[in-house]
Ligand binder design. Sequence first.
Ligand code: KG4
Ligand code: ZN
Length: 396
Amino acid sequence: MQIDKNVEKDGVIFMSIKDEENSGAHNGNSQGDKNVRTSGCSDEVGAEPDVTILAIESSCDETAAAVVRNGREVLSNIISSQIALHTIYGGVVPEIASRKHVEKINGCIRAALNEAGVTLQDIDAVAVTYGPGLVGALLVGVSEAKAISFATGKPLIGVHHIEGHIYANFIENKDLEPPFVCLVASGGHSHLVLVKDYGEIEIIGQTRDDAAGEAFDKIARAIGLGYPGGPKIDKAAREGNPDAYSFPRAQIPDAKYDFSFSGLKSAVLNLINQDRMQGKEINQADIAASFQKAVVEVLVDHSVEACREYGYDKLAIAGGVASNSLLREQMEKECAESGIRFYRPSPLLCTDNAAMIGAAGYYEYKKGVRFGLDMNAVPNLSLGSRERRFHAGSVK
Ligand code: KG4
Ligand code: ZN
């Protein structure tokens, strides 16, 4: 995977992520060969026509657009990251995020279409994240997608952000098919789910308090590493001793796949306060390594145990925390020992992007899901039990 990066005048980082295998620029996937499947079945009689989706993501601090063909081929993947703008405030400022999305979204979409070598007329549908996320941020993507759908007459598909994270696994793992267990750990969510089929997701565990990524961010701030916490703890932990401190691993008796990170967070904060009161300097690297080990152990144990209990032999990880190097390493090891096939997206596809929304949008499209122009942003959209719309009045 190759990234072309450009830091813009306002500090926003514009990235174009190219997958050597799939990129439109590399295999000549222009509108001319739009209706021919190249993934091994172009000679088949009656092969299904290609489905090209323009996908949009704006749920937090990344404005992203991508063109995805048949759910798994990324023709273009553009991310405009505001992370540098929010760093000085120690977290995402919703109002700034919304304003930047408004400024950047058209440029991202234009770049995504150009790089894929397609126009709005060549796409089959527009998919957009409509929740969960920051309402003002979501609304920018939703309004843009509705406008494109209205202007072109192309179908509109609402995608659940967390489902998008799960579907990121399909992009690089062409052989992955449901059913599988998936651990979704991001800044706002920690879920353990059974992906029974495309779009059929059953939650078997979730966090009782903080999300895993949120815990990383809070501890990083407390030990002075700053924002964004996950990557900084990941890096600092490499220099530290993971056994320097023994932090608690919460087990919830009546719900063994649920997570709780608040006790762990309090234990780390107490340690920092004690050290400070005694005039000791805190050891950032040791705390980072011991904290990370505690989080990762729980995430891995729960996931592997779920595979065993439910009889699944495939395990995937998703969400920003899935780019954590220790989590990837430990999952790999434990899965190998338990005869489970382990899947994970590249780190760039773990954090927010629109290619994953295009992947999820494709499978929704195939199921016939169509939203109308009354689509709204749903900041607390729940996973699994969400309403699916097959709108009579939708744009066909
Ligand atoms: O999925 P994501 O990009 O956005 C949400 O949907 O929330 O996840 C962001 C979260 C942040 O909390 C960030 O600290 C965490 O993912 N994260 C990591 C790593 N990279 C990002 N956590 C642990 N280790 C990492 N390497
Ligand atoms: Zn996310």
